[in-house]
Design a protein around this ligand. Structure first.
Ligand SMILES: [Mn+2]
Length: 289
């Protein structure tokens, strides 16, 4: 059995790449981790009949012989598939645009730093002359626009722009796109963003402008990456920009060859306390100093 998988916090580029991989591997089963971004979830529920997706927990991992991974290259980002990590005779095919090496050990790969992963998928769809319907084209363009900020992010390449033109030629509907890729912010996200803007302190580290924020967040905040991205747009802080662009969950701050702190967009700080050379103690106030 072949399955297609992608990263947690599934965004439109990831969903588009999963659906494209399913066109390239017609017998495959698409597995979406949880959680997915809210706008992606509403898109899927509206188009249930078109996109057949399974959950990791519904899967019989013993039957999986080939894993096709899109839009990430690390096991830790694939939700609910840990059991596959040590499976013998598992063949991994990888499509990823983040430019990291990762830890997946694929037998076949397509890795290149382009603005959106769907651009890499299109290279192969074109070769095989797969049929792309207008709803596919709409979803693919949504992924492309989301990951490239409508072709404005510095990571955007000419190939991304050609891909956009190709999807428009195939009937991508811009009305569908705008409804989905500009999601409304939830109350919780708005409050968090406001608190971030109020409490952040900007400073220069190794010539880079960074913002240091320490916030206690109660409960789960959906799509925290969106809030980080919004804050980044307000401040244009380089560290957050790098994190969002390169799909980095945590960013180390190094001074004179010493790790002095970690910027994170996840709640995984605790995991790193024991690893960092600060006697197990990491204090944002200390990073500032
Ligand atoms: Mn992507």
């Amino acid at each position: 059995m072949e399955i297609v998988a992608t990263h947690k916090g599934t965004d439109f580029d990831a969903l588009a790449s999963v659906v494209a991989a399913h066109l390239l591997y017609p017998g495959s089963i698409c597995v979406l981790p949880e959680p997915q971004n809210p706008n992606v979830r509403s898109f899927i529920s509206l188009h249930k009949n078109l996109f057949n997706v399974s959950r990791p927990k519904d899967l019989d991992v013993n039957r999986v012989t080939r894993l096709i991974v899109v839009d990430t290259c690390s096991w830790s980002r694939l939700g609910g598939l840990n059991q596959l990590e040590n499976k013998k005779d598992l063949e991994i095919h990888l499509f990823d645009h983040h430019g990291n090496e990762g830890d997946l050990d694929p037998i076949w790969q397509c890795q290149d730093t382009v603005g959106a992963n769907i651009t890499l998928m299109l290279r192969h769809l074109r070769k095989r002359q797969n049929e792309i319907t207008p709803i596919h084209a709409s979803l693919f363009l949504a992924g492309l626009y989301e990951d490239t900020g409508n072709l404005t992010f510095p990571s955007t390449t000419a190939e991304d722009a050609h891909a956009a033109a190709f999807f428009l030629e195939r009937g991508a509907d811009l009305k569908i796109l705008t409804a989905f890729i500009s999601p409304a912010y939830s109350q919780k996200q708005k409050k968090l963003l406001f608190r971030m803007l109020q409490t952040a302190q900007r400073t220069k580290l190794n010539g880079r402008l960074v913002s240091i924020i320490q916030l206690q967040v109660d409960g789960h905040v959906e799509n925290l990456a969106l809030v980080v991205q919004m804050a980044r747009q307000v401040w244009n802080v380089e560290a957050a920009q790098l994190m969002v662009k390169h799909d980095i969950g945590r960013l180390p701050v190094v001074e004179d060859g010493q790790l002095v702190g970690i910027i994170t967009r996840s709640d995984a700080m605790g995991h790193f306390y024991g690893l960092c050379p600060l006697n197990g103690h990491l204090d944002p106030a200390g990073i500032r100093n």
